[in-house]
Design a protein around this ligand. Structure first.
Ligand code: DX5
Ligand code: ZN
Length: 216
């Protein structure tokens, strides 16, 4: 048994057939479902919000890994926790430095796992002091906003820095342009959770795609 957590991004699913496409990845062995929440401000795209997340919760068998690409994430922690998020990841760049600790605490107060994400231009040193309080760190390997972009290899160099300074239990996740090859680049550097949208959903064999990431 590998300990890589595979989290398919439903951003690449057909939203008119969301339940069908969720079952496809669950049946292929997905560990989590990655839900990309975008507000049109923090990133230039708008995607899924609280009501859709609550509907997904009713039909999902696996934990909901919610990636908040929004400004003022603290306003939306409670609604997403109530909607059934199991992991809530917010962006370092979206919150004042001195409020990050508070947001982590807020997430945990709902019994939800707390994640912090950094964009490609943010250095890993910025978040080292928060590592003891976090369940997950998400290192973006593309500029957040859209699926289907090319993996930025430089970003993977942040992974060993974070791994070396983190408690053993920290889940280190990557997101953006992940496939079996780029996934391997990341797991070799300490990642143990892979998010993938296009690689999984555009594959002719979804089960094979999920398995190839688990073995990456
Ligand atoms: C991008 C999102 C990703 C996206 C990944 O901002 O955070 O989760 O869906 O898509 P792929 O794997 O296609 O790059
Ligand atoms: Zn994401």
């Amino acid at each position: 048994m590998s300990d890589i957590i595979v989290s398919p991004s439903i951003l690449s699913a057909d939203f008119a057939n969301l339940e069908r496409d969720i079952k496809k990845v669950e049946n292929a062995g997905a560990d989590w479902l990655h839900i990309d929440v975008m507000d049109g401000h923090f990133v230039p795209n708008i995607t899924i919000g609280v009501p859709v997340t609550a509907s997904i919760k009713k039909i999902a068998r696996v934990p909901l890994d919610v990636h908040l690409m929004i400004e003022n994430p603290e306003r939306y922690i409670e609604p997403f926790a109530n909607a059934g998020a199991d992991i809530l990841t917010f962006h370092y760049e979206a919150v004042d430095e001195n409020k990050i600790q508070q947001v982590i605490k807020q997430i945990k107060s709902f019994g939800v796992k707390a994640g912090l994400s950094i964009k490609p231009k943010t250095s890993p040193e910025k978040i080292i002091k928060f590592l003891p309080y976090l369940d997950l760190v998400l290192v973006m390997t593309v500029e957040p906003g859209f699926g289907g972009q090319a993996f930025m290899e430089d970003c993977a160099e942040k992974l060993p820095v974070i791994r070396a300074n983190a408690p053993e239990s920290l889940i280190l996740q990557v997101d953006g342009g992940i496939n079996d090859k780029t996934g391997r680049v990341c797991t070799e550097r300490g990642a143990n959770s892979l998010v993938a949208g296009n690689y999984i959903y555009k594959s002719p064999d979804i089960k094979l795609a999920v398995t190839s990431l688990r073995c990456a």
